[in-house]
Design a protein around this ligand. Structure first.
Ligand SMILES: Cc1cc2nc3c(=O)[nH]c(=O)nc-3n(C[C@H](O)[C@H](O)[C@H](O)COP(=O)(O)OP(=O)(O)OC[C@H]3O[C@@H](n4cnc5c(N)ncnc54)[C@H](O)[C@@H]3O)c2cc1C
Length: 456
């Protein structure tokens, strides 16, 4: 065997596995194979001026490389079983929370020492929300910010680089099952290992599907979340964001009884483009450094769609809608809430005359030509409900960027050890379809590492 353990993917799932496996000295020989670049070489060429759209790099610097999709993220670590994945279904609720708290401990001893842990439980906002047909989910949230998230990753890499063999720019093409262990094939060569942890995240979803087909590992169909990113003056939400930082609020629509939820709240943040396989969608982030703050807060409003029979490809559905917005707007479309309600498109002039200064250069347009009526009606209802707890949310000048899409991996069959039907082959993080967040993905890595240490 070349290695005792091979980890495929250096996102949070892979990194926290490697961290836990090497925290105490062992004889284990460990390698990490990563399709993208080391952290310091990750750079997206889109600068908004010379290069404004995707140039299709060999690997996407935003999604791939040391740190995975989380490297340039807002670094919001939510400690909760209420959202961010269903790890608790495999490992139990208390274990999942303990693991997420342990991840928090790692972060706060690797550069995030001075960040604040926010909590929604027991606050006055729960009652306020319920009185207005809104449901505030309980969570503790550590906000690292894009800047400190990067520092934590840098520190973890410094600690790992001499204990683990890293293979960057090395996409694994196949995993073969041997009589004892696994063969990991990359380029025109391969490495054999006793145990293998697959942690390939969202960018590895197609690859994961092919591995499951090849090894006959059962999978379930996935869901997709569709909606818009809302941007408004930070002062409208400041009573919530100052105390809770992020509030995950769910609203059941009166018309269709669909759940609409807030997602990824960024106080004083910026709206950004996200590129998934060449499709441009909206996202957002914010910095811990007060000097980098803007005057706006942004958050997504999303509706989940899950197709099963005869159409199973929920992600394909989300992609088609995102493509439509790209076709009409050349990328992300922005519309004033007032224009949407009056049934007219936004124009450059209307946006310029508005009181909310957009933080993303997007094309003024009409989101009602892009989003299905059912989803758009739900979003409008939710904005009006939020207006009751944060007056001003439904102002004419509130900006809506579309579309925002959250793609999910199909769920892979794994057991309570996060082990596939092949003993010694573990599938963790977002690539397993079980987690959808930094804290859950990292926790799944720790969990598998501990299981391996106890059994090898
Ligand atoms: C812009 C953005 C902002 C986000 N903000 C937040 C946030 O604030 N809070 C939060 O909880 N979550 C956030 N997320 C989601 C979060 O980043 C993911 O849930 C998390 O990174 C998942 O970790 P992972 O290790 O499972 O996968 P990933 O982070 O996706 O890492 C997988 C790695 O595997 C590599 N890989 C894929 N295929 C192969 C292969 N065949 N061979 C070798 N390597 C391969 C990829 O290059 C990648 O580096 C954000 C995501 C994005 C894109």
């Amino acid at each position: 065997m070349d290695y005792d353990i091979i980890i495929i993917g250096a996102g949070p799932g892979g990194i926290y596995s490697a961290y836990e496996l090497t925290k105490e000295p062992t004889d284990l020989k460990i390698a990490v194979f990563e399709a993208g670049n080391p952290l310091e070489k990750r750079r997206c060429p889109i600068d908004g001026e010379k290069i404004t759209s995707c140039v299709r790099c060999k690997t996407c610097a935003i999604m791939s490389g040391f740190g995975g999709a989380g490297a340039f993220s807002d670094g919001k670590y939510n400690i909760t079983n209420n959202f961010g994945g269903t790890l608790y279904e495999h490992v139990g609720r208390q274990t999942a929370l303990d693991l997420m708290n342990y991840v928090d401990h790692i972060n706060t001893s690797h550069g995030a020492e001075n960040t604040k842990l926010y909590s929604t439980s027991g606050t006055r906002f729960k009652k306020l929300c319920l009185q207005n047909k809104l449901h505030l989910l309980d969570a503790s949230i550590r906000h690292l910010g894009t800047d400190l998230n990067y520092v934590v990753l840098e520190n973890l890499y410094k600690e790992l680089k001499d204990k683990v063999d890293f293979y960057f720019n090395t996409p694994v093409s196949t995993v073969e099952v041997l009589s004892e262990g696994f063969r990991v094939i990359y380029g025109d060569t391969s490495a054999d290992c006793r145990k293998c942890i697959i942690s390939v995240g969202r960018s590895g979803s197609k690859w994961m599907e092919s591995v499951c087909q090849q090894l006959s590992i059962p999978t379930l169909s996935n869901r997709v979340d569709l909606g818009v990113r809302v941007e408004l003056p930070a002062v409208i939400f400041s009573h919530l964001t100052d105390e809770l930082y992020e509030s995950k609020i769910v609203y059941k629509t009166e018309k269709f009884e669909d759940n609409v939820r807030t997602f990824c709240m960024n106080p004083y943040g910026i709206v950004v483009n996200e590129n998934t396989n060449g499709i441009i969608t909206a996202n957002g982030h914010s910095y811990e450094d007060v000097n980098m703050r803007t005057e706006n807060t942004n958050f997504a409003l999303l509706v989940s769609k899950h197709f099963s029979e005869p159409f199973r490809d929920s992600n394909g559905y989300g992609e088609s809608i995102a493509r439509l917005s790209n076709m009409l707007g050349g990328g992300v479309i922005v519309q004033r809430f007032g224009d949407l309600m009056r049934g007219r498109r936004s124009t450059v002039r209307r946006i310029e005359e508005g009181l909310v200064r957009p933080t993303l250069k997007a094309t003024p347009g009409d989101l009602s030509l892009v989003l299905p009526k059912r989803i758009l009606d739900g979003i409008i209802e939710m904005i009006q409900a939020l207006d009751k707890i944060a007056p001003g949310t439904a102002n004419d000048d509130t900006l809506l960027y579309g579309v925002e899409v959250k793609f999910y991996n199909m769920e892979v069959e794994i057991d309570e050890n996060l082990e596939s039907p092949y003993k010694g082959l573990y599938i963790i993080g977002d690539g397993s379809g079980v987690t959808h967040s930094l804290s859950h993905a990292s926790a799944s890595g720790i969990y598998v590492a501990r299981h391996l240490l106890a059994n090898m």
